[in-house]
Design a protein around this ligand. Sequence first.
Ligand code: CA
Length: 225
Amino acid sequence: MRILVIEDEEVIARAVQRGLRADGFAVDIAGDGQDGLWMAREHHYDAIVLDILLPGMNGFRVCRQLREEANWTPILMLTAKDGELDEAEALDTGADDYLVKPFSYVVLVARLRALIRRGAGERPSALRAGSLLLDRASHRCSRGDVDISLTPREFSILELLMSRAGEALSKREIIEHVWDEDFDGDGNIVEVYVGYLRRKLDAPFGCHSLETVRGVGYRLSPDGG
Ligand code: CA
């Protein structure tokens, strides 16, 4: 899951980025409204964290503009303390939720996950493919009744493949979704991670859920292999 954070206070932006990355999200930062708008148009994000007070173009305008362009990426707006009017206006301009500064990081992650689930309207908290189960809420993965421990990165890749089970995804698509802008390595990293996942999800169970689609990329079999 890839998140855009539009926040000019670098200390806050970096802290949010660090925290979300540790939770397995890919996170890009924009330091002002114009940059944020540009990035939101250029890339597909699963959610946007948007500060209101930004140099150049404020958060309300960024939000309104995106909605006018029919960009429905879930937006969580950051409002100042005691800014009751801010909160009403945030929702009026098309934000999906708001959080009052200073906020707890745990609350931020919970709200983002809730928004992402709600966002597409068809993102159940648990994804299933045959005997393979991935629960986003509790961050757990299992095959049948065996729990499988995944790193945040492995979890993210599997989440993407399972949410689009049956579809072949290119390495590029996977990288764009799971890594962020700072990633400048090559596509072979995907191969490496698919290898890790196969060793955990398939090999011990004699399954073949992660298929290589020649010349395209990878596909998760909807029946879980
Ligand atoms: Ca600010």
